[in-house]
Design a protein around this ligand. Structure first.
Ligand code: XMP
Length: 512
């Protein structure tokens, strides 16, 4: 018997595709996003129990508009088409789509027509988010219109016999207040899913899968950084194979204050994991001496990190796999993004090309908040599960200009004070990232009647969904005041404090 009910969301280039996936998973149904032109055999082999066609910006009749293999309609599974997805379905199945007389964008009032399972329980008149130019003017044979608006005769259509449905509006966005009900009707009433996909199930099925991959003897290595992704991935693999997982924790000397001790306390002592901690601070500092260019600094840290990791891994004897904490947004991004390189990011524990290890990426289909739930499920402390993202090169890219041990020490102190105050104010979880930066400047001040010529600390606090874009966070003045006075009083080398009020873009989150 199949244990997991699965929805495949075909991505036709819509801006809300990830959001559809989020909503489906919130309803406790497992789903994956696939490119619209996935070959028929591949889609069939992945055994979806239902399909959702996403929105997209093209016009169905435009040359080169995204189309899928028409055999997808023969898979005998329910299909929900959203916006472009509905228009495509209409055209593929014999209906007619035309450029709308008026384009509809934003909130629109719709009216339910007749009775149907998809809109069961939805108010007779309801608000939905529209964003379309084209519209269906004739539904395909077998379909009936189930909702309309002032401008759109066919705002929703249904063929209950084949279980094919189309929505011209977006049920996945919050501006469609009853959208969740509509999606849940699709999953529960139409697909008759039981909605049992939880993180607890995920932990069980994924440990079983990892056990299967590694058999009774194979060993696996993981680069632990103390960040939530690698921590959860390691804890999951540890649950599956115990001591056959060896974690390598490279301390490059640019970690946050107390970070190394916290990681070792949690994993080595708390979880009894096999961890090799490498103190490589000196090696990194030596290589960075006199280097001020941010990209060069990043490359030096990244390359040397891999070298240290490899050196340690080689001492371990026969190893077959490497664990990576890749998340679903990274997978989706790397499949589609052609963005220019703004900064050369490297993930701690990144796969050295010539290591010839198999990859285990147990979080590959999870979103960040799901990873956190898995972490809690596995018994990881909240301190680690809720930790803010931290760049691979660490404080090396937050000490601007040349990195010296003195500057790193000042930054560690400043960062610790800031984090402590933010946590005390109960704001830590609300903020995506908050941290200190040490710019490469000194300025004149006066402390105890004496002239000082000392460092400035910058505070960066941002909200973000995924780190791709970000907004500066409006911290309360009294909190900023407390942080300011603690920084200049407790750190002798600091005499000035400033607050970064730029969003991304045009700035980036990190300063280098
Ligand atoms: P930027 O500075 O590009 O950062 O706006 C976006 C997000 O990525 C994090 N970041 C990194 N993460 N290795 C990482 O694993 C890196 O080299 C790296 N550089 C930046 C940054 O903290 C933010 O969350």
């Amino acid at each position: 018997m199949k244990t997991t009910e699965k929805v495949v969301i075909l991505d036709f280039g819509g801006q809300y595709t990830q959001l559809i996936a989020r909503r489906v998973r919130e309803l406790k149904v497992y789903c994956e996003i696939m490119h619209y032109n996935i070959p028929y055999e591949e889609l069939r082999a992945s055994a979806p129990d239902a399909l959702i066609f996403s929105g997209g910006s093209a016009s169905v009749y435009a040359p080169g508009a995204p189309r899928c293999d028409p055999r997808f309609y023969d898979l005998q599974v329910p299909i929900l088409g959203i916006c472009y997805g509905m228009q495509l379905m209409a055209v593929d199945l014999g209906g007619v789509v035309r450029e709308g007389l008026r384009q509809e964008y934003g909130k629109t009032n719709l009216f339910v027509q007749g009775k149907n399972e998809l809109l069961a329980g939805v108010d007779q008149e309801f608000t939905a988010w529209m964003s379309h130019g084209d519209q269906v003017i004739t539904v395909p044979p077998g379909f009936t219109v189930i909702a309309g608006s002032g401008n759109t005769t066919v705002a929703a259509m249904a063929d209950p016999k084949r279980k094919f449905f189309g929505l011209q509006f977006h049920p996945e966005v919050i501006h469609t207040p009853q959208g969740k009900l509509i999606l849940s009707n699709f999953l529960e009433r139409i697909c008759t899913f039981s909605g049992k996909w939880t993180m607890e199930n995920f932990v069980d099925s994924s440990t079983a899968e990892i056990k299967g991959m590694l058999g009774p003897h194979k060993r696996v290595v993981c680069g632990l950084s103390g960040g939530v992704d690698s921590a959860v991935a390691a804890a999951l693999v540890h649950r599956a194979v115990g001591d056959r997982l060896v974690c390598i924790f490279v301390d490059h000397g640019f970690l946050r204050k107390g970070e190394k001790d916290a990681v070792l306390a949690t994993f080595a002592r708390g979880f009894n994991m096999n961890i090799i901690a490498v103190d490589a601070g000196e090696e990194f500092l030596t290589r960075l001496r006199g280097v001020t260019d941010p990209e060069v600094k990043r490359k030096i840290i990244g390359n040397h990190f891999i070298r240290v990791f490899e050196r340690e891994a080689e001492k371990l004897g026969e190893i077959s796999y490497l664990v990576q904490g890749t998340l679903y947004p990274d997978v989706i991004e790397s499949g589609t993004a052609t963005a220019a390189v703004i900064k050369s990011h490297h993930n701690v524990g990144g796969l050295p090309e010539d290591m010839r290890l198999g990859l285990i990426e147990p979080l590959k289909y999870l979103f960040k908040d799901e990873v956190r739930q898995v972490g809690l499920e596995l018994g990881l402390p909240e301190e680690i599960v809720w930790r803010h993202p931290f760049p691979g090169p660490g404080l090396g890219v937050r000490v601007l200009g040349e990195v010296t041990p003195e500057k790193v020490a000042i930054l560690q102190e400043a960062d610790a004070i800031i984090i402590e105050e933010i946590k005390a104010a109960g704001l830590y979880r609300e903020i995506w990232q908050v941290f200190a930066v040490l710019p490469d400047i000194r300025s004149v001040g006066v402390k105890g009647d004496r002239r000082t010529y000392a460092h400035t600390i910058v505070l960066r606090a941002v909200t973000s969904q995924d780190g791709m874009t970000a907004d500066w966070y409006p911290l309360p003045y009294d909190l900023l005041g407390r942080i300011s006075s603690r920084l200049v009083n407790e750190i002798p080398q600091v005499n000035r404090f400033v607050y970064d009020l730029t969003s991304k873009p045009p700035a980036t989150i990190e300063w280098e």
